[in-house]
Design a binder for this molecule. Sequence first.
Ligand SMILES: C[S@@+](CC[C@H](N)C(=O)[O-])C[C@H]1O[C@@H](n2cnc3c(N)ncnc32)[C@H](O)[C@@H]1O
Length: 441
Amino acid sequence: MTSFDRKPRRAPMPPPPPLAVDSLAFAIDQSAGLIEGVIEGKALTEMMTLARLTDLPRPVRGAILDLTYSTLREYGKGDAVLERLLSKPLPTRLHTILLVAIHRLAARPDTAHTVVDQAVTAIGSIAPGLRPVANGVLRNFLRQQATFGQTLAGHAASRYQHPDWWIQKLQKCLPDQWIAVLAAGNQHPPMSLRANLRQGTLDDASDRLHSAGIAHRVLDNGALLLDTPVPVDQIPDFFEGRYSVQDAGAQWAAQWLAPRPGDRVLDACAAPGGKSAHLLETADINLTALELDPVRARRIDDTLSRLGLKAEVLIGDSRDPDQWWDGQPFDRILADVPCSASGVARRHPDIKWLRRATDIAGFAAQQADILHALWRTLAPGGTMLYVTCSVFDEENSDQIARFCASHPDAKRVTIQGRMEHKLLPDAEHDGFYYALLEKAR
Ligand SMILES: C[S@@+](CC[C@H](N)C(=O)[O-])C[C@H]1O[C@@H](n2cnc3c(N)ncnc32)[C@H](O)[C@@H]1O
C-alpha cells in the first residue's frame, strides 16, 4: 500500500485553550460546576470548599459567587425556561452553563452579546462540537424571552422560585402570609450585628458604627441592622470582638432563655457558637456547648476565642446524654435544633432545591428525639428554649404540641405574652420559631 492508497486522516483537534481566570467564561463555568454539585445533591458550602474558591483572586471569587447565588435563587424559572429551549437533554455541566448564561442574559440584557460569546466559549472548552447548539439555545432565549412570562404563568416553581411541595406546605401553614414568605425567601438577606455588651454599651457600639460610616438601625432586641451589608474587615474592632455578625431574629434567643448569673446552661446544638457567645455575653454562666459534628465544633472555639469568652465545648449527640452528661441537671437549655432551614433559604439558595418533601418528617423525628433526650437533663423548675430556623409547622408548633402531649411535666411558658413566636423572614430578619418550656418542680 502506498501512502496514496491510505484514507486521508484528519489531524486530531488540539484541545481548546484553558479559560482565562479573569474571563466571564471562567466565572460562568465555575459557577456551573458549583450548581452541578447542588443538582447532584451536594450542599453549596461543600462544593465551594471542594472548588477551592479561596485560592482565586477576590474579584474572580466574587463574580463566581454572585452568578451562583443569583442563578440558584431563580433556579425554578431558569430551569423551566431551559427545558422549553432544549430539544434533548444535555450533560449536566453543559446544562448548568446554559442555566447560568440564561440567568445572566435576563439580568444584564445590555451585555447580551458578551454573555452569549462567553457562555459558548465555556461550553466549547468542554465540548467543542456543541458550540453551535449552545449558541442557538441562547439566541432563541433572547428572541423568545418576552413570551416566557406568559408561557410560564401557571408554573408555580418558576413564578415563586421555590419547589412545588414547599409552596404547597406554606400555603397550608401560612394561608395569609405564604406569598410574602416566598418573596422574602428570594431576596438578598439583611445583615445585622450583635454588639458585645461586655466591651461597651449598645449606644457606644452604635456610635462607633456611625463614625465608621456604617448606616444602621437599632432594633427592639438591640440588633444593629445595617442599611447595606459590609465585609467584616470594615467593621471597627470586629477582630477584637466588639461585634458579631448574627441575624436579628437569632438575637432573641439569649434574651428569651434569660439565664441568671451562676446558672448551669446547656447549648445542645451549638456550632458555630453564635448563640453560645451571646449567652456568655449576657450573664456570668457556666455554659456547656455541645455539638455532634467535630469539624463544626472547632468553629465554636474560634467564635468564643475571638470574643474572649469561655465554655466547656463537648462533642456528642444530644439524643444520647449518657455519652456526655455528668448527671448535674441544667437550669437552662437552648435547643437550637437541626432543621430544614426553610426560614433562611435566601442565605443558602441551594436549600430550596436540595430538600425533598420527605426530608421534613425526618427532621421532625430527629428534633423529637433531641427534645425527649434533653428533657431528662433539665432541672425541675428549669426552662428549655426550643428554636428552629424553619417556617414549617411540623418542625415548629406541631412538634411542641406533640412534645407537651407526651411529657406531662412540661408546661409552655409565654414569651412577651405569647405562647410561641413565629418570626417570618422579612426585611429585618430571617425566619425563626421560638417556644419556651418549663419543667414541673
Ligand atoms: C441550627 S445549628 C446551631 C446554630 C448555633 N446554635 C448558633 O447559633 O451558632 C444546629 C447544629 O446542631 C448540630 N447537630 C445536629 N444534630 C445534633 C445532635 N444530635 N446533637 C448535637 N448537635 C447536633 C449541627 O451539626 C449544627 O451545628
